[in-house]
Design a protein around this ligand. Sequence first.
Ligand SMILES: [Zn+2]
Length: 443
Amino acid sequence: MTANLLAALVFCSGLVLTAPHEAKAHGIWAHVHVTGWAIEALPEGELREFFKDEELLNAAHFGAAFTDSGYWPQGGELQKRGNAYSEHIHWEPFVEEFIHWVRANDPPPWTTQESKKRVAFLLGIASHGLQDEIFDSLFLFQVEEHDGAGQDEADPASDGALVHAGKIRFMPTQYIPFDALLEVFENTGLKVEAEDIQDCVDIMNFLYLNDGPGQEVALSMYDEYHAKLPWSFAHFFDADIPGSIESEIQPTAAYMEAVWKRLHAEFGEEDLLTHTYPREEGTVLGTNHESVDSWVTFIFGMGVNDSGPLFATLTDDDGTEIPVKTTGTRWGTDRGRLHRYMPQDDLIPGTWYNLRVPAGIELVDGTTTSEAMEVRFQAPCDPSPCPADEPTPEEEVEPAQPTVEEASGCTSRRSHGTGWVYLLIALAALRVTRQVRGSGTST
Ligand SMILES: [Zn+2]
């Protein structure tokens, strides 16, 4: 533990009760688990085999947490430097540069455990960045529409929902490939010291990414927010809501496969479109063009340029065109991994549509697409479901899936009221650590 960390902890000791609120996009525990679940959802093949090694799994899980580590310091120079590296590694240009580094310095097939762990760590970081883009660009708009809340509430609430539902299964331990990481930072023009990174990670691990007080802190977010965000808590794990935690699993798995192909120089234009909301022949949630429910979203396996002209077209089966607005990822950065297509007129219930994106999309590797991409989908009927989709008698007797609230009832319930006690214990431990380290540390 260094003098920087001690200084940072002094800041944190006054702010520890709000620390999880500072995390960006959805919670760190949720990132670790969506990444873990996505690995479990991988199709048979090289990448699935790769992750049969527990050490590699851990490196990916930790990478998924590491992405937000720089947001933990709550003051001083360390906060600035931590925020800078964390923001940087969320985005595709960093992922692309890391891929370049691997291909130039340690290309596949990887024969050492260290080489493999480095790749797994990169896949974890990349997964986290994509998940933030999806959650922020889609689910947060649902939160706003239904619960009148935003990122400040939904981010910590997502971890609260996860812990409350008894879904915590992965507990990553630290793995950071410092040498490669620092070189990639240098190649992308960011000056970062290993000591700063370690200090940020120490704070994250001590306060949050641990099997004790950290999970109690996350659980306390359930108590704080579940009454304020009733719709969100009922849908965090609803795979039918684009952008929900559950809905991120398939796109994350597909993106990991895309990054794997990029690492092997096997990525082609046919690999670019990894996922769509809704899926091919699926249904959007609503017809009102003023609602996020009417949006169509494409997820890409490589960063795309969203600052140039974009000419998506939306037509029904009769060829009637509905004007559509194209926007990239929520925070407006170039080279994001998704495009959102927003109808500018209401959709007609039950009508089938085709959303088509022409060739010419610029990618982060400098190439442009030569083929159009498209998805066919239906607007929901009113009343729903559409006649052709009416359930068969057999389907009608299928028991309904339990809601999140019901599902959590068969897990071991923990006493939520103890969350703040654990926080105070963490705070006390922090002070003891500071006193002990302060009396014997000179670095
Ligand atoms: Zn993040």
